[in-house]
Design a binder for this molecule. Structure first.
Ligand SMILES: C[S@@+](CC[C@H](N)C(=O)[O-])C[C@H]1O[C@@H](n2cnc3c(N)ncnc32)[C@H](O)[C@@H]1O
Length: 302
């Protein structure tokens, strides 16, 4: 995704990691007492640390400023750095370099207004009792857990190729009955029969995938679904205002212009239709500090 290549570039090529990574750590409340390196990353970090009397909303505003500084640094580093094709992993880890996967949840919370778009996806999914739901590219399990907490009788299957995010997800899930599967979302999944799933969800995965994987994930979702089943995709989509274009550019500079272009051109609905989905529509749009995130829906014909 958007931060992965930056982190690798910064660490391996430019050596800038130490100048901004503490700013990410600052986004979590637990790290607010550790400030010396973070202050180098952003003047807003210093301001934040220097003012213990901030109210809750002032603290939130300050965190957003820190996050913006962070992205500025990341994008600059990406442009300066560059990375050879051979360095690219088979799949993209949740927060780029594997050593930063543990920070994924805190970064996503601030940089994507996570609570807003996830709750919208959950509201549209409206899980009924005993459904079978598959989350493709489930990452740290946040959405699978939301679903399970909303409707505990759902058979929830979380699929992701990265064992590191699975470990975090399993830890977060505790004793909730979620089936975790380590597999690519664009390949057949041995333990889930085709045509047996009521709903497939996929969030923040497609924008970072090469075209072949995007198409493969959508085709796999279609195969997994029962007739009458539904696919919900939450991801960066068409950027309709100059501001959103500019903000999404941060993601594009880091994640690659090629992978992100179809998303910002609003192509995901037509890819869904090409995969066989009917009544494809964009249901919601959430503006975030890194561009707008769309919620797309499509149905497999009965
Ligand atoms: C940005 S994270 C999103 C995680 C989660 N869906 C969320 O909403 O937080 C992208 C995830 O997609 C996974 N991923 C990357 N390529 C994939 C593929 N081809 N199929 C399935 N998952 C993939 C990564 O391992 C990572 O956990």
């Amino acid at each position: 995704m958007w931060s992965q290549r930056v982190l690798r570039r910064v660490t391996i090529i430019t050596g800038h990691e130490r100048s901004f990574w503490p700013a990410i750590q600052m986004l979590g409340p637990s790290s607010l007492d550790d400030n010396s390196a973070a202050a180098n990353a952003s003047p807003n970090v210093a301001a934040f640390k220097g003012n213990r009397s901030l109210s809750g909303s002032e603290k939130d505003a300050q965190k957003r400023l820190i996050a913006r500084d962070l992205f500025k640094t990341m994008a600059t580093s990406a442009v300066q750095g560059g990375m050879s094709k051979s360095d690219q992993p088979m799949f993209t880890p949740a927060l780029g370099a594997h050593e930063h996967t543990a920070d994924y949840d805190r970064v996503i919370a601030v940089m994507t207004r996570e609570q807003r778009w996830r709750s919208r996806m959950l509201e549209v999914l409206a899980p009924s009792p005993n459904l079978t739901i598959v989350d493709l590219g489930s990452g740290t399990g946040s959405f699978a857990i939301l679903v399970k907490d909303t409707e505990p009788t759902v058979r929830m299957i979380a699929v992701d190729p990265d064992p590191a995010v699975r470990a975090i997800a399993e830890d977060k899930a505790g004793d909730r009955q979620i089936e975790f599967i380590t597999a690519m979302g664009n390949e057949p999944i041995a333990s889930v029969l085709q045509g047996t799933v009521d709903a497939v969800t996929c969030s923040l995965v497609l924008h970072q995938c090469p075209m072949e994987a995007k198409i493969g994930i959508l085709a796999n979702a279609y195969r997994l679904l029962k007739p009458g089943g539904r696919l919900l995709v939450s991801d960066y989509g068409e950027q309709r205002t100059l501001l959103m274009h500019l903000l999404f550019k941060q993601v594009r500079e880091v994640d690659g212009y090629e992978n992100t272009r179809p998303n910002k051109d609003g192509m995901i609905p037509s890819f869904m239709a090409d995969a066989g989905f009917e009544r494809v529509e964009e249901l919601k749009l959430t503006q975030t500090p890194t561009g707008s995130i769309s919620l797309y829906s499509g149905w497999k014909a009965v």
